[in-house]
Write a new protein. Sequence first.
Lengths: 313, 279
Amino acid sequence: MAQALAVETHGLTKRYSTTVLAVNDLNLLVRTGEVYGFLGPNGAGKTTTLRLLSGLLHPTAGSATVAGAAPGSPASLARLGAMVETPAFYPYLSGRDNLRVMARYSSVSTSRIEPVLKQVDLTDRAHHKFRTYSTGMKQRLGVAAALLKDPDLLILDEPTSGLDPQGTVEMRALIRDIRREGRTVLLSSHLLNEVELTCDRVGVITKGKLVAEGTVDELRARSGGRALLIRATPLDQAQRLLESLLKTEQVLVADGALVLSVDPSQAASLNRQLVSNGVDVSELRVSEQSLEDVFLQLTENPPGTVTPPAAQS
Amino acid sequence: MIASLRAESLKTRKRWANWILFGILLLTLLLLGYVLTYVLLSHPPRNFRSPVPARVLKRSVFPENLLPNMLALTSTIGAAIMIILGGLSTASEYGWLTVQTILIQKPTRGAVLLGKLAMLVIVTFLISVVTLAATALTSYVLVTIDGSSSSWPSALTLLKGFGALWLEFAVWTAFGMFLGIAFRSTAAAIGGGLTYLFVGEALIAQLLRNTEGVKEILRFLPGINASAINASFRLTFQNPNATTQLVDATRGTITLLAYLVMFALLALLIFQRRDVAGG
């Protein structure tokens, strides 16, 4: 049976002027109950997409369904909690009063305030003014406000942005807790490690366009997945030889080693060829592409170039 | 809208800037408009020259002149403070990006703005009540200190005066609100509003008020119409033919009501249609 969709967009487009196309024909599917990572470099169109899904922006073209209704409609917003771009609250109010204001806007019982403050571990500082909060506390208050309505779908824009390592770990744990409660999370980030650690599926956006979608493993596989790493002497002779045996673009030199974008099953034959031609091979192993490699390949490199995968330790 | 109104009431009560503005308004009115005026006119300097003697002018702060004196004072400083109040209430939502946080909650944009408008109607009502009460009390204290006798305006006149005060406060607040939404910047909203008030209305409009052709345009300005309403409450010692207004009080009231509706509708129209993006 097909899984229900929490977010669905068809050809979603946002153009700010004739020259700025922030989101370009975006087709996004977020399944109910998953943590979906929306990955892209700064300025790729992530926040604009999340604003479109929250009803803050009107699309130029295309359509979207968020929590079963049109973005920004009361039916959609009733089931959606979101923190877009930055946690924005009234600086002269305490954390608790800010949540009271938001609860009143949402027509939510104020009895929800203490549980969400507890969930984000902010109870002790809830009576302090928002302007005195650290970045981490502001982010947590943003998540608390997003959770006030007990939403089915949570949109979090760069939730670990500006956090110290401890805060980052805590935020990740919080997102995992939220997921365990059965909520769907759409999480945007430019931090690959964060997405790799928290998300079930990933969509990569660049220049407003979705360029890849799948699980982290699927993305790795789609981008060539694994490679062969060879340390050999003399290096330039080994490189010339391998380039004559393979396509030139399959051979790269990185950190004093040769990285070959080939099927690892060719390792034995390539080793024989190198040794029989007088090249000493000191290391030959399979190297797994990191998500970072995949990300760079998808977002930065022009077609035809291959990103050197990081050596697996 | 009720939900938004409840949220607005919490924000408005807890915002110190609102209380400070209200304090400035009262302090300016009472100190400059009443206490200082009374002290100066009780002991006029030797070179004091006026077609009306100081002992008569002094009666402007007494209960019989409560409404004309209060309205004359509130038409400048009061209008400026109301523009700031209105501008702050909408523009700072853009400055702090809280407009985004609010709209992601459940209310529609219309409900958010109507809640804000309803709150400002209540706030201007309360400010008008306190302003009238404070000026009346000060006036009573001054006439008692002076040992003079004075009579209060009739209940109907008081009610009319209060209505005029509230309407003028509401119009200037709505103007500030509209500017806040149009500019999405507190500085631009307040700066623009005050420039219009002090340069457009108080300076240019007054200089050109007798210029044919321009006079027709001036008849539609909010400040000119507010002045016409205020002029209908005359100081007891004032010559009825001393100043002429470009419009009468009835037309002034209708024009101000039209401005109130227009500023609210324009603000709603812009707020409803415009994208909400980061600063």
